[in-house]
Design a protein around this ligand. Structure first.
Ligand SMILES: Cc1cc2nc3c(=O)[nH]c(=O)nc-3n(C[C@H](O)[C@H](O)[C@H](O)COP(=O)(O)O)c2cc1C
Length: 426
């Protein structure tokens, strides 16, 4: 599908520019060629030589270069491609795009193009949250610019963290492939939300615009001693996909994640925790929320007295490991006397009697919807596909085996319908 496809990659002046070298390499592996424009500030972070060596053709830098203009004029440069990608999209480049400035090669190409444009914003969290950047991003979204990221997390500046980290090359590549395919993601089609890619939370347009969605994901780790713990096989792929789908639907999303290897979803505020008790505390701190989706595989039990020092095998026999129950996060939130989210969704991972157990769980936990799946020997935990049943008080709906992203998209579509229906009844 990607054969003979090409992008024009505009590399702005941010620390994340180095990630573009990896992006160019990955694009090549996928058969997508990149022609590159490096801004003056971008050239402070990566060299034209490194860019052109990886891209396999010269890197363009100057609007008023006789050789560049004779080789391919700036207008042709902006049009002889399938997609323009700006990464890192600095605050400065975003502001230029929002106001239509054209005072260098990059901004001129962006204004002159007749192709779709995808941006991967990257900046300090304060710059990202500044009202000027918020205004500029709102304008770009109105203009139909596609956005991937930014992620939340630690910044290059010591001690700073928050939203503003550029999406990872793999995430940008996925967004490019979708844009080149001329479509929105499956999840966006499922929720009727076209025109932008996952990554930017709080869009004014999506079906969950103005809503706060809280999602938990991954396993929890329960300490035995400082180096050992009890865990389960949850990968976080399903919960993270749900958080990404909710963000793509325009929600403000808080994701409380146990220890996982998958990256934080773009455009989502991610809080990292280890144990069930930490997860409950983070969930309570994130409330109020309109919708809570508890996809994490929370350990039912923890060790009653975790050892403060590493336990030693000293020949005195097996150590006693007494277990006590962990707090039940789903039931705690679903039974809140005040401040309960309007919609509380639980997950039930079962190895037998999947639907019957889920129906019993629905009644016991006081939630509105259970997503039940069979995790018995099917490779679901850690895998990329899921076969789920939606259990409500009205009945059971069984879905075919789907990619976890597709499950996420459909679930968010269903959640949006339920919320809309309850609003119409109110
Ligand atoms: C060390 C350093 C790192 C920077 N990182 C960023 C960044 O990540 N994002 C951003 O928007 N600006 C960043 N800036 C500021 C931009 O480089 C500056 O606004 C520049 O004019 C942007 O140029 P451009 O429009 O070519 O991207 C950084 C500046 C310095 C000195």
């Amino acid at each position: 599908m990607s054969a003979s496809r090409s992008i024009l990659l505009i590399i702005g002046g941010g620390i994340a520019a180095y990630k573009c070298l990896e992006l160019i390499r990955r694009l090549k592996d996928r058969g997508i060629s990149s022609r590159c424009i490096l801004t003056k500030a971008g050239a402070e972070f990566v060299t034209p030589l490194a860019v052109s060596s990886l891209a396999g053709e010269r890197c363009f830098t100057d609007l008023f270069s006789l050789t560049d203009e004779a080789d391919i004029g700036h207008i042709a440069l902006s049009r002889s491609t399938d997609l323009l990608v700006v990464a890192p999209a600095t605050a400065d480049l975003i502001a230029k795009m929002a106001t239509g400035l054209a005072n260098d090669l990059a901004s001129t190409a962006l204004l002159a193009t007749d192709k779709r444009v995808l941006i991967a914003p990257a900046m300090n969290p304060r710059m990202w949250q500044h009202p000027a950047t918020r205004r500029n991003m709102a304008q770009l979204e109105k203009d139909g610019i596609l956005v991937v990221g930014p992620n939340s997390g630690a910044m290059a500046e010591r001690g700073e963290s928050g939203p503003g980290r550029m999406a990872e090359p793999a995430e940008i590549l996925a967004a490019i492939e979708l844009a080149l395919a001329g479509e929105a993601t499956t999840q966006q089609r499922a929720i009727g939300f076209l025109g932008r890619l996952p990554g930017g939370a709080g869009s004014p347009q999506g079906p969950l615009a103005g809503r706060h969605v809280l999602v938990t994901s991954g396993p929890t780790h329960e300490a035995i001693d400082p180096v050992r713990y009890i865990a389960n096989r949850s990968s976080g792929k399903q919960g993270h996909a749900i958080a990404a789908a909710a963000a793509a639907a325009g929600a403000r999303v808080t994701l409380v994640s146990g220890p996982v290897a998958v990256p934080d979803p773009p455009g989502v505020e991610t809080v990292h925790v280890e144990s069930a008790r930490e997860m409950l505390a983070a969930v309570e701190a994130a409330l109020p929320a309109d919708i809570a989706i508890f996809a994490a595989a929370v350990a039912d039990w923890r060790v009653a007295d975790a050892a403060p020092e590493k336990m030693k095998k000293d020949g005195s026999g097996l150590p006693p490991l007494a277990l006590i129950e962990n707090p039940d996060i789903l039931a705690t939130v679903a039974h809140r006397p005040s401040g309960r989210p309007s919609l509380v969704v639980g997950f039930a991972a079962e190895t037998q009697n999947v639907v019957a157990f889920a129906q019993a769980k629905l009644a016991k936990k006081g939630c509105d919807l259970i997503v039940a799946n069979d995790v018995g020997g099917t490779g679901v935990m850690g895998g990329d596909a899921n076969t789920v049943h939606l259990v409500t008080r009205e009945g059971v709906e069984s879905w075919p085996t789907l990619a976890k992203q597709e499950v996420a998209g459909r679930l968010i579509a269903r959640v949006s319908e339920i919320i809309d229906a309850s609003k119409a009844r109110a």
